[in-house]
Design a protein around this ligand. Sequence first.
Ligand code: BES
Ligand code: MN
Ligand code: ZN
Length: 480
Amino acid sequence: MYQIEQLDWTGSYDTLVVGIGAADSIDSGFDALYGGRVKSLIQSGDVSTKTGEVTVLPTFEGETKRVCFVGLGQRNDLTTENMRNWFGKVAKQIKQRGWKDVAIALDTFTEGAARVFTEAYEMATYEHPTYKSTPKETTEAPSIRLLGEVTEADLTAGMAYGKGVNVARTLTMMPANILTAETLADYAVELAERHGFEYRILEKEEMEGLGMGALLAVNQGSTIPPKLIVLEYHGAGDEAPVAVVGKGVTFDTGGYSIKPKDGIVGMKGDMGGAATVLGLFETLGATKPAQNVIGVIGATDNMISGDAFKPDDVITAMNGKTIEVLNTDAEGRLVLADAVTFAKTYEPKAIIDVATLTGGVLVALGTDVTGCLTNDETLYHALESASRETNELVWQMPYFDVFINKVRKSEVADLNNSPGRFGHMIFGGAFVGEFVGDTPWLHLDIAGTSERAAASDLGPKGPTGVMVRTLARMIETWER
Ligand code: BES
Ligand code: MN
Ligand code: ZN
């Protein structure tokens, strides 16, 4: 789909995408396409140089048919973040207008534009799959010429980041009658085989043997057996791996602490953390960074039946800790508890858990910022700097002893799974922290960011695939 060529203003392009800043001097070769009138087209307002505005105008002269102008404002507006969004707009135009032959004048933007364009193109042209009986007609992919210096690695990375995001979006969108623990595991196996990853799927019996009483308690009310999904990416010999652990609750009714009827709708997305892990592995398979990475997903639904776990139950996790269940809707932390303990058997150098864990993070940080907890400032700074590059915002919440002490407060067990309403995003993370120990750790609560209520320049409304790119970037740039 992509060709790499050199820009030639006298060349023959169907649609040529050009960045144009308010104070730019106009290249005479470019000006010739409009009979020397580009400046006056800007002055008359027929072409906009305003930040992120896209103007499409047929040329007056020469072989090239039309130019898609991208306004760069003052050139210092040309951040990676802006450029990604603008390329998202351009990508949507390519798709909507059905352009089949597009050329991007990369040098009119900024260094690194190729990688940003290919990432944005994947994300912005993505559509969620549907189950409509008359499927939408698929259109053939356009041919896109990247004009400038482009390395194969830039191309691969940009596309791989976008594709990883889209894998996570698709999985998160799938209804829970179709995406069960079983089919999620099948998908993981397919992904692993496609990329040549090692993998393991632990069945219920093996989980019982390992004493995963926390994850199994959540599964107790279900007719579908749980799965513990493990993927291994090897890029660094026998170095200690980074473990990325995802909450894979394929549907969360709340259990006996049942959700109100409006709160249940949408809970097919409660495996968003698992989707992030699988999306990340999709990316790793193509970018092949020099790291070892283990992905661990605890997969089950949280249902009600005569067998389901109940408030007041006391359960025992894989690491031997006992837990008083105060709320069966605080199930994600129970799933993560055993998944984290299992991840620790790989002696990872860091553990990162990702989960749609609490409504509390929505109240605290809204829908654009992922809430974090950490026991390691250096690790947090690495996340923060990757997140600045990907523009997936993160914010650290306090991990004080006052929270930990409340998680440890129970008359009958070592821990309780729900110390109360005030600060409950932090309790969720602090509970997981009880299973992490001294390993450097990041907790990412994506309950607010894993879905969007409206479309953006980079994709439709609904699942976002958040944190796939940030974790991929963090792993790619890890200081060893
Ligand atoms: N899956 C939910 C969290 C959630 C809420 C995700 C909204 C996406 C959107 C989680 O399992 C849950 O129910 N959390 C409870 C925790 C409480 C019982 C301590 C919550 O947030 O209310
Ligand atoms: Mn819940
Ligand atoms: Zn949940």
